[in-house]
Write a protein that binds this ligand. Sequence first.
Ligand code: ADP
Length: 165
Amino acid sequence: MVPAMVKAVFPGSFDPPTFGHLNIIERARTIFERVLVVVAVNRDKNYLFNTEERLAFMREFVAPWPNVEVHACDTLIVEFARKHSCRVLLRGVRSVQDFSYEFELSILNKGVGPEIETFFMPTDQKYFVLRSSAIKELASLGGDVSGMVPSVVATALERFRTVSS
Ligand code: ADP
């Protein structure tokens, strides 16, 4: 059987988006027919940036890539993937710790949607230390995050600075 063109979903909080996220998307878009970036909306999570802000960031960053689109999702990601005919659930992996968490998540997702396959993409070595939570903390303390996130994100993070420089 000849494999069909495959669409992938890349879900995440993207709170905020980092160069690590964008690197995964940039590489994935050359492999999959379409990449649907899905901004998670989870009422139990305290996001620094609201849904509209996270969507706007991602839409701006993927604008140069015609086969990448951005959505919000407040349901199970497997349901979203099924509804949009995506066969692949893409996750980035930075470390063994990431992998063990992602592996368990993939088993759970396989139980809910057996037809959807999780693919793991290892981070580029340049980005393996980039973690949204650490970047938020660093920025709040006045650290320089300009090499970690696009400049519009670095500027937006300045409003959460708790120490003056
Ligand atoms: P989540 O809350 O779903 O983990 P994140 O926004 O933290 O959302 O991450 C979304 C996806 O991007 C996850 O698969 C995560 O492992 C991956 N990711 C995050 N940072 C990096 C990075 N620096 N390099 C590669 N993948 C990353």
